[in-house]
Design a protein around this ligand. Structure first.
Ligand SMILES: [Ca+2]
Ligand SMILES: [Ca+2]
Length: 396
C-alpha cells in the first residue's frame, strides 16, 4: 500500500506541475509559417502548415494534425514575444480555433516567463476542446508581472486529431476580466465546491484532474447529487486490465492564506459504484518548490478507503497547514475500475484536539514519474522572442 501512495503523490505533483520543464524536445526544421514554430514532446508525430481552404473569415489559417492515428504525445504551434508593453498589466491571448476528431484534447495556452522560471501559466486543461468543433473564439488571461522576460503562447494538441487556428490577438484587458487557469500564482480561493457550475462540455468549472490519458473521465452529474443540482462523477472507461495503480482524480486547488498555521478539516460527500480498487478524498499541502508538507488520501491501511458500492457518506481529511505552505490541492480519487460521485466539499479550521489524518511519509521522494510528466504538456522556450505578435492571421 505504501507503493500506492508513493505513486499517487508523484502523479499529483506532476498534475500540478503543469509547466515542469521538458528536456526531450525536438525541433522540426521544415515548418514555414512566418513567425510561428512547432514544438512538442515529439513533433515528428505531427504536421503543421497553412490551410487556404479552411479559414476563419480570411484567406488562410494554420493547422496542426497528428500523423499517427494513435498518437499519445502532444505538440504546439507557438511563438514568444517580449513583455515590455504589457508589464504590470493583464493580458488576454485569444484566437479562433476549429477542431476535427480530437480524441484527447486541445486548447490555447499562454505562459509568462522570467528567465527559466514560469510566473503564470494556463493551457485550458480545465476547459479542454475535444472532438469535432466549428470555429469558436477561446481565450487565456494572465497577469504579466513587471519582472517577466517573455510571454509564450500557442495552440496545443494532445493526442490524435487536427486543429486550426486563426485571428490571434494579444491585448491588454481591464482587471475586471478574470484571469484563467488552474495553476496561477494569483491569490484565489476555490469556488464551485458543490459542483453546481457546469461548463459547456459537462464538466465542473474550476476543477481539473488526472484523467486525460489513463482511462478515466470526469462529468458533471445532474441526476445523482448530494446537495442542490449536480455533483462531479469520476469513472473508469471500463477497459479491462486496470490495476489499483491506475487511478483518476478530481482535483481542486487554492492558496492557503486563510489557513496558514492552522489545522484544517476537509469534508466531502462520496457515493460509489463497483469500485474494484479503492476511492477516497485526498488533500495535499505544498510548500516552496512543490515540497509536500502534508498529505492524506485515505489510503492508510486503517480501512478508511472506500470500496465496492456505497451510498452517500460524509468523509473527512484533517491536515496541518504550516505557515510556509504555498498551495493546497484536494479532491477525490478512484483507483482501478468503478464510478464515484463527489459533492459538497467544505473546509473548516479545527482545534488541535482533532487528530491529523496525514499519511505523509517524509521519505517519499517527489521525483516525477516519467510517463506522468510526458502526459502533461509543457511547451518549451523557443529562444526566438519577437518584439510583438507576428503574423496573427496567417495571411503572410
Ligand atoms: Ca452539488
Ligand atoms: Ca487568417
Amino acid at each position: 500500500m505504501k507503493l500506492n501512495s508513493h505513486y499517487l503523490i508523484t502523479a499529483f505533483v506532476a498534475t500540478v506541475l503543469l509547466f515542469a520543464s521538458c528536456n526531450s524536445v525536438k525541433h522540426p526544421s521544415d515548418l514555414s509559417i512566418n513567425g510561428w514554430v512547432l514544438r512538442g514532446a515529439n513533433p515528428e508525430a505531427y504536421q503543421a502548415g497553412i490551410d487556404r481552404s479552411v479559414t476563419h473569415l480570411s484567406t488562410a489559417s494554420a493547422f496542426i494534425a497528428s500523423i499517427a492515428k494513435d498518437s499519445d504525445t502532444w505538440t504546439t504551434l507557438m511563438q514568444e514575444v517580449k513583455p515590455n508593453m504589457y508589464k504590470g498589466k493583464r493580458v488576454r491571448f485569444s484566437a479562433w480555433v476549429k477542431t476535427e476528431k480530437v480524441t484527447e484534447w486541445g486548447g490555447l495556452w499562454m505562459r509568462v516567463d522570467k528567465g527559466q522560471k514560469s510566473l503564470a501559466f494556463d493551457n485550458m486543461q480545465d476547459r479542454p476542446i475535444k472532438g469535432t468543433t466549428d470555429w469558436q473564439q477561446y481565450e487565456v488571461v494572465l497577469n504579466i508581472d513587471t519582472s517577466s522576460t517573455a510571454i509564450a503562447f500557442g495552440l496545443l494538441l494532445v493526442g490524435p486529431g487536427k486543429t486550426w487556428i486563426d485571428n490571434v490577438k494579444i491585448e491588454t484587458v481591464d482587471t475586471n476580466v478574470p484571469v484563467t487557469g488552474f495553476v496561477n500564482p494569483v491569490k484565489r480561493s476555490m469556488s464551485n465546491l458543490s459542483f453546481e457550475k457546469i461548463s459547456s462540455d459537462s464538466t465542473p468549472i474550476g476543477w481539473a484532474g488526472t484523467v486525460k490519458s489513463n482511462g478515466y473521465r470526469i462529468t458533471s452529474d445532474r441526476s445523482v447529487f448530494h446537495d442542490s443540482l449536480a455533483s462531479a462523477r469520476l469513472e473508469s472507461d471500463g477497459k479491462e486490465g486496470k490495476s489499483t495503480y491506475d487511478f483518476g482524480t478530481i482535483t481542486g486547488g487554492m492558496k492557503p492564506d486563510n489557513f496558514l498555521g492552522k489545522r484544517v478539516r476537509m469534508t466531502g460527500w462520496i457515493k460509489t459504484e463497483n469500485v474494484a480498487g479503492w476511492a477516497g478524498l485526498w488533500m495535499r499541502v505544498d510548500g516552496q518548490n512543490d515540497d509536500v508538507l502534508s498529505f492524506d488520501n485515505m489510503n492508510d491501511g486503517k480501512n478508511r478507503s472506500i470500496k465496492g458500492t456505497t451510498d452517500w457518506t460524509k468523509y473527512d481529511v484533517v491536515l496541518d497547514v504550516p505557515k510556509e505552505a504555498t498551495n493546497i490541492n484536494f479532491g477525490a480519487l478512484l483507483s482501478g475500475d468503478g464510478k464515484i460521485w463527489l459533492d459538497e466539499v467544505k473546509f473548516e479550521v479545527v482545534g488541535n484536539d482533532v487528530p491529523s489524518t496525514s499519511t505523509y511519509n517524509s521519505k517519499i521522494e517527489s521525483a516525477l514519474d516519467e510517463k506522468q510528466q510526458a502526459d502533461v504538456p509543457s511547451p518549451p522556450r523557443t529562444k526566438i522572442i519577437n518584439d510583438s505578435l507576428v503574423n496573427p492571421n496567417f495571411e503572410n
